[in-house]
Design a protein around this ligand. Sequence first.
Ligand SMILES: NC(=O)c1ccc[n+]([C@@H]2O[C@H](COP(=O)([O-])OP(=O)(O)OC[C@H]3O[C@@H](n4cnc5c(N)ncnc54)[C@H](OP(=O)(O)O)[C@@H]3O)[C@@H](O)[C@H]2O)c1
Length: 342
Amino acid sequence: MMKAAQITHYKQAIPAITQVPIPSIGPHDVLVKVVTASINPIDLKTQAGGLKMLLTYRMPLTLGSDLAGIVVKTGAQVTRFKVGAAVYGRVQKKRIGTFAEYIAVTQNDLALKPKKLSFAEAAALPLVSLTSYQALHDILRLQPGQKVLIQGGAGGIGTIAIQIAKMLGAYVATTASPKNFDLVRDLGADQVIDYHTTPFQSVLQDYDAVFDTRGGQTLRDAFQIVKPGGQIVSISDVPTGRFARTYGLPLWKQLVLQFATRRVTALAKRTQATYTFLFMRPDGQQLATLTPLFENGTLKPIIDRVVPFDDLSTALRYARAGHATGKIIIQIATDQEMAGRL
Ligand SMILES: NC(=O)c1ccc[n+]([C@@H]2O[C@H](COP(=O)([O-])OP(=O)(O)OC[C@H]3O[C@@H](n4cnc5c(N)ncnc54)[C@H](OP(=O)(O)O)[C@@H]3O)[C@@H](O)[C@H]2O)c1
């Protein structure tokens, strides 16, 4: 048996840490002893039932999307990892559950943990770095000298997105609170806007790209700053009808989402901008291509706090307030406990 943080129904305020069986593994899975996990807003949205258009889960459900840990068992077809390997990754959306002592994960979701990073640092990276890389590199294809606005520079996404955009050679503007100005400048931001006092559209213009992490009016305002032919990627607004088609949602959901996003679609047309909604893809191979950048310090994790597993509900409440600086890490096994096991 193992400890796992589960909900039995959507909108359950606090997941209960309960004893459940250690999961069994399929031929392409590994069983990972979770050392650290990190909180992402998707965990809170899942808990609240806010993703039901895209994902439905059977209850009880163990929460958690990101992990760093040790492989303790491998399926018959597993080729990439051996027992004892230290790994990290963002697990499949339909197979979440990293807020637990063990999880069965397909080998394709994992990469070897960067050796120079602690387990806490490693767990801070998979979901936010894959999301940011898929937005800034794969979709926006940022080129040296291009101007990009990254909303929410001090958040889990923003702190890594700024670094990736700078690595790609872009000029980076970001929004943050004054208490985080030094941090986002240290990460490479060229221009920082206090979102409490200054509408970004009053100071930025002719941008090549916007990485929107807020959605709603903030996303709609972004169309005022992109130049014709510019691009906007949102990870926080309502998914578009086009996304729903490519994601394979039924026709009625495609139509609902197409209707819900008609204003944004019209704005994109009017401003001659390309608009894309991104729902990030877990990808162990892509994470492995980023690993050397974590090893050599080009990209570094920013951690707000590390919280023991038993204090998960306090940590989730803190995350829900929406003002963490970087990532919140859940310590599930201590490094010493792991050292004793190996
Ligand atoms: N679609 C996808 O695949 C995907 C993937 C990852 C994340 N997301 C979404 O992306 C969003 C951001 O994720 P995250 O991990 O960065 O969240 P987060 O870490 O919880 O974001 C917290 C940060 O947001 C800042 N913030 C709050 N309100 C702001 C505003 N109005 N303008 C600018 N900054 C503001 C806060 O700064 P202050 O403390 O200064 O207020 C804080 O630093 C979430 O909605 C999440 O669900 C989507």
